[in-house]
Write a protein that binds this ligand. Structure first.
Ligand code: FAD
Length: 396
């Protein structure tokens, strides 16, 4: 019997992890299955571009994993039973159950509504492909002079507002920020950001929390009404409640609490990577939900799984937070480095060089997923312990 590794989610963390595992573990005694709800690898980092009307081709997961030995199961995960070591799925073939010996949970995140009235009913978002396409259609039907309000001054809010303002100069785009726009950036980068907003004609409502969304406006906490034919909710990400419901130990955020090797602290057969892992970085703080964190955490998780199954020592992968790379439309961007305490350094890169760098980063991430076994050592390592479905098959 082979050791069954099931990877949940084929996003930045899961797809890369599955390829890495397939490349480095011998197919003779491991079986790797990836479960993903969508047939394509969706580049979430480009979804604001998709919503703004750009044509993006997403690669089929079947092509991504062709020839790697990874089995692809297109289905939605509906539950995990870590005691029985099973995953409940539902798909075109109906409901089913997958058994695992080792689970890598990488289901990512979606929009956080924060319980604000009207968001679920009337607001749009860019956190998933279907919601981004819904927004794209709405924007395409919005005539010149239409009003768009982006709620949230985080990276997604800034990228979304600037992308829309650049691609649709006929619209009136505004952004609602709870605090000051770009408050976390270095003074020079903040100035750059404000100049970009001015150039693109984006109105900024600072110190403005939104407490309700209606079909044609949003209401701020001080009662101000902000006209919005389209409200785009970009006030944070939330993880799927599956992990919490399964009995895995989770943080307040619902993310799976993991140790330094990305192994669940409550269930040693389960690992987590990407947005859904509550992983503490080198600076003692939880890693931010980001593509970079998805990279570090999936590499650490796969290194730990391989080492424990093959009797090696678990290597340590650096868990650093280097900074933010923010697109400001297609021709401008800000690359802001941070120090060990996550404070912005005074140096930043802006303008076209930063935009070119960001575009290279996006292409690199896309290439990494499209070729999930590229550059990996080809050593296919055999498992050290005898297959044992009932017991623990870890060597350390
Ligand atoms: C518009 C936008 C711009 C962004 N820009 C940046 C950026 O510039 N830099 C940066 O670092 N980060 C950025 N991010 C954040 C980044 O995209 C995420 O942190 C990253 O995608 C996390 O990777 P992941 O693998 O954990 O999750 P995901 O990439 O979300 O992958 C999760 C996978 O799980 C699948 N899935 C989810 N639920 C289920 C289910 N129930 N059953 C089966 N499959 C399921 C999904 O289909 C998906 O394939 C951006 C995000 C957005 C939305």
């Amino acid at each position: 019997m082979k050791h069954r590794i099931v990877v949940l989610g084929a996003g930045y963390a899961g797809a890369f992890a599955a390829g890495n595992l397939a490349r480095r573990l011998a197919a003779a005694d491991t079986e790797i299955t990836v479960v993903n709800a969508e047939p394509d690898f969706v580049e979430r980092m480009r979804l604001h571009q998709l919503a703004s009307g750009q044509d993006l081709a997403f690669r089929k997961l079947a092509d991504v994993f062709a020839g790697t030995g990874v089995r692809l199961r297109l289905a939605r995960v509906t539950g995990v039973d870590p005691e029985r070591r099973t995953v409940a799925v539902t798909g075109e073939d109906g409901d089913g159950e997958l058994a695992y010996d080792t689970l890598l949970y990488a289901l990512g995140s979606s929009v956080a509504h924060h319980g604000v009235p009207g968001v679920a009913e009337y607001a749009f978002d860019v956190t998933g492909r279907s919601s981004a396409l819904r927004l794209r259609e709405r924007l395409a039907g919005l005539g010149g002079g239409g009003t768009v309000l982006v709620v949230g001054e985080g990276l997604t809010g800034i990228e979304t507002a600037t992308e829309f303002a650049e691609s649709r100069p006929d619209l009136s785009v505004a952004l609602a920020a709870r605090g000051e726009l770009g408050a976390w950036l270095s003074p020079k980068a903040r100035r750059h950001l404000r100049q970009a907003f001015d150039r693109l004609g984006i109105t900024v409502h600072e110190h403005t929390g939104i407490e309700a969304v209606e079909p044609a406006r949003a209401i701020a906490t001080d009662g101000t009404s902000i006209p919005a034919d389209v409200t785009v909710w970009a006030a944070g990400f939330a993880v799927h409640p599956i992990a919490a419901a399964s009995g895995l130990e989770v943080a307040e955020t619902g993310q799976i609490v993991v140790d330094r090797t990305m192994r669940s602290v409550s269930h040693p057969d389960v690992y987590a990577a990407g947005d859904c892992a509550y992983a503490i970085g080198e600076n003692g703080r939880p890693l931010p939900m980001s593509c970079a964190s998805a990279g570090f955490t999936n590499m650490q998780a796969t290194a730990a799984i391989i080492a424990r199954l093959t009797g090696g020592e678990v290597p340590t992968v650096g868990l650093k937070y280097y900074g933010n790379h923010i697109s400001l439309g297609r021709r401008d961007a800000i690359f802001q480095m941070v120090d060990g305490d996550a404070r912005s350094k005074s140096w930043y890169l802006g303008g076209r060089p930063a935009a070119r760098l960001k575009s290279g980063v996006l292409r690199g991430a896309g290439f990494g997923i499209a070729h999930p076994t590229f550059g990996m050592p080809k050593r296919r390592r055999r498992l050290t312990t005898a297959p044992d479905r009932a017991g623990v098959r870890v060597a350390a």
